[in-house]
Every structure is written in structure tokens, then in C-alpha cells.
Design a protein around this ligand. Structure first.
Ligand SMILES: [Ca+2]
Ligand SMILES: [Ca+2]
Ligand SMILES: [Ca+2]
Length: 394
């Protein structure tokens, strides 16, 4: 079990210390509508692709926000609230096959993971008729859809976050439900040739292969894992899990894991047992390495936004730190392992204080955030010696 730094922000400390110029932002492009994620294609172009909740993927090329969407599937989706186009990931071999993957809620409100292909004629236009369903599953209600997608740099499999569906939260503990999980699939095969709505293979080392439990599941016990990421260098998995009444969680699955971790929801929120019927107060409950507590002085935590471990080169003072934030509060934090525990620091508030919906990387590992209608680059210290933590710890 990990030792935690339960991080309860002491607001007076934050207010009294001067704000150092440690983390900052540079505006990259504007004019987005409800952006939820930003990523790159890994094709050497260093374009950025911004996913809009309403169903469009927008391209930023050489700092220019192109007016024509890369893809517009707004007619296929339910949007608004927590529904919409929620995630985008490019195939690791995109340069050769032109495949990319989206996660959206369809007109019935159900989750669809689909593959599309870039057009032959224009690298900034996808082929809208190339849709190929990879996986679908029912969503009982509108909220808690998860929706993020990433390929692991280690195994090349596609990982998909799903929320508990906001119906029966015990779905997160049901190993035969795909809700409240991180799923792990192989998009380069089809183990279900008779099923046109299930066009993927199952990695043979997934934890429930050959035993009771859905074969797609990698880890369970999540409430609404809205944004997650991989460490591009070593494959560590970081999951921001949106809490209910008390704790916003940031969870870690080391690259050496063989899957099957249970992060506790709804039997636990953070380390707190819920006492729900059907729950064992002794767990299992894999604890978060960081958690932000609701209703504390001078803070307003409400929605965990998982970030990235910085592996870029421009701001070497950030190298190896995992950056994360909260949608309501806007304070940024950095974390890194310290022996068996984690060292966590408050980095102050960026970008007007709130509404950062997602972060992402470019091809070089530089970090970006989307908030309101803007795409911003996150800047930091270029020397480790310049690092100053406003919480006063060193
Ligand atoms: Ca099939
Ligand atoms: Ca099974
Ligand atoms: Ca948990």
C-alpha cells in the first residue's frame, strides 16, 4: 500500500506567499467551442488536435487554428452536460495507416468507440464515411461517461476510461460491467467476427481473461475517470477520478502492473469507507497518491482533471513531475515519487482560476491545456534550481 500525502490545502499559506513565476501559460490559439482534450498525431507534423464536446476535431497547424474541422460527427452524438465527443487518440502507426479513434455518446446516450481514417487528399481532413465501430456499451444515464482514450507507449493497446454511468454506482465493482473501469483492448484484431458492434481483440494478459469478469477490463472501482494519461517514457498510467462529496482523486498504475487494481468506488471515496450495502469496509481499495478535499478554506475542489508527467525539453525544471489540476478550483499541483510515498506541491492558479477541462502533449512532450475557448501551452522553469513551490516546501 502506498503512503499518502493527504493534501489539505492551507489557504492562508497560499495567500501570504508571493506567486513565483514558475508555471505559466502562453496562448496558442483561440476560438474553440467547449474543448475537452488536445493531442498530436505522432506523424512528425507537430500539429495539435483539439476535441470539441459538440463533435468536432479542430487542427492547429503552426499556431493557426484551421477553420475547417478535421472531423465533424456532431450529427451522430448527444452533447451537453457530460455527454458529447469526449476523447481522441491516434493509432501508434498513424503515419502509415491513417487510423484514429474517438469516444463519444451517441444519439441514444450510449458510449461508442469508433475508428476513422484520414482522407487521401488532405492531411487536415478526415474521411467522415470511414467510421468503423470498435466497441459500444450502454450508458444508463447522462452523466459519468469517462470518455478518454490513449494508446500505451509500452504495449500499444488502446485504453478507454468509463464512468459508473451515474445509475447504480455498484457497476464500478461489478467485474462483468464495463462501467467504472479502465478498459484495455487490441484494435488490430477482431476476436468477435460474428458481432459487428465489437471489432477488437482482447489482450491475452488482461486480468479477467479465462476467469469470471469482462475480458476488456484493466482496472476497476472508478467513479468518473474523466482524464487519464500515460508517462510517454515508462508507461506509468495516471488517472484523475472525479469524486462525489469529499475527495478528488489522482491514481497511479505503475507500468509494471499486471492490471486488476480496484480503486474502491463506491465502497470508498478516497480512504473513506461509504458503508454501502454490499461493500466490505476492509476493501479492496487501492488508494490515490493525491486527493483534493472539498469544502476547505480558500479552495473549491470539485472535479479532478488528470494531467501528464512532463517529459518535454523546454522546461527542464518540470522534468519527471506529474502535473494535475481541478476544473472548479484551477490550482495546479505537481507530484513525483519520493521513496515509497509521493512528494506533492501546490503550484498556484493558472488561467483565470478554473474551467481547465483537459491537458495534452505535443510530439515533443510539451504540455498544453484547454479551457473556455482557448488552447494554451504550459510553461515552467528551464532550470531545476529555479523551482520554487508556493506551499513553501522544498
Ligand atoms: Ca466483430
Ligand atoms: Ca473473463
Ligand atoms: Ca478511489
Amino acid at each position: 500500500m502506498k503512503i499518502l500525502f493527504w493534501f489539505c490545502l492551507v489557504g492562508t499559506t497560499q495567500v501570504l506567499l508571493a506567486q513565483p513565476a514558475f508555471l505559466g501559460t502562453e496562448n496558442v490559439a483561440n476560438g474553440f467551442s467547449s474543448p475537452v482534450s488536445v493531442t498530436h498525431a505522432g506523424d512528425g507534423s507537430n500539429r495539435l488536435f483539439v476535441t470539441q464536446q459538440g463533435g468536432q476535431i479542430k487542427v492547429v497547424e503552426n499556431g493557426i487554428h484551421l477553420p475547417t474541422p478535421f472531423l465533424d460527427i456532431s450529427a451522430l452524438i448527444s452533447s451537453g452536460g457530460e455527454q458529447g465527443l469526449l476523447g481522441l487518440a491516434f493509432h501508434p502507426n498513424y503515419s502509415n495507416n491513417g487510423y484514429f479513434y474517438v469516444n463519444y455518446t451517441d444519439n441514444n446516450g450510449d458510449t461508442v468507440v469508433a475508428r476513422y481514417t484520414v482522407s487521401d487528399a488532405d492531411i487536415n481532413l478526415a474521411n467522415p464515411s470511414s467510421a468503423y465501430i470498435v466497441l459500444t456499451f450502454d450508458q444508463p444515464f447522462g452523466a459519468h461517461n469517462g470518455g478518454d482514450l490513449h494508446f500505451s507507449p509500452n504495449d500499444g493497446y488502446l485504453y478507454i476510461s468509463s464512468g459508473d454511468g451515474s445509475g447504480d454506482p455498484m457497476a464500478s465493482q461489478d467485474i462483468n460491467s464495463l462501467l467504472g473501469k479502465i478498459l484495455r483492448i487490441d484494435v488490430d484484431g477482431d476476436d468477435f467476427p460474428a458481432d459487428p458492434n465489437k471489432n477488437h481483440a482482447i489482450p491475452p494478459d488482461n486480468p479477467y481473461v479465462g476467469i469470471n469478469g469482462a475480458d476488456e477490463i484493466w482496472v476497476s472501482g472508478l467513479r468518473n475517470p474523466w482524464r487519464f494519461s500515460f508517462d510517454r517514457l515508462n508507461g506509468d498510467l495516471f488517472i484523475g477520478d472525479v469524486g462525489e462529496d469529499t475527495w478528488e482523486e489522482f491514481n497511479h498504475v505503475p507500468a509494471t502492473s499486471s492490471g486488476g487494481e480496484n480503486f474502491g468506488w463506491p465502497c470508498f471515496e478516497g480512504a473513506d469507507a461509504s458503508g454501502l450495502s454490499g461493500c466490505d469496509p476492509n476493501g479492496p481499495n487501492e488508494l490515490p497518491f493525491a486527493a483534493l478535499q472539498h469544502n476547505q478554506p480558500n479552495s473549491n475542489y470539485c472535479t479532478a482533471v488528470g494531467g501528464y508527467r512532463y517529459r518535454g525539453s523546454e522546461f527542464s525544471g518540470l522534468y519527471g513531475w506529474y502535473l494535475f489540476t481541478d476544473w472548479c478550483d484551477g490550482t495546479y499541483f505537481v507530484a513525483r515519487p519520493l521513496g515509497m510515498a509521493w512528494e506533492i506541491h501546490d503550484m498556484g492558479t493558472l488561467i483565470g482560476g478554473f474551467a481547465v477541462t483537459g491537458m495534452g502533449e505535443d510530439e515533443n512532450g510539451e504540455l498544453y491545456a484547454v479551457a473556455w475557448s482557448a488552447l494554451m501551452k504550459i510553461t515552467g522553469p528551464t532550470e531545476m534550481d529555479d523551482v520554487i513551490f508556493i506551499d513553501g516546501f522544498e
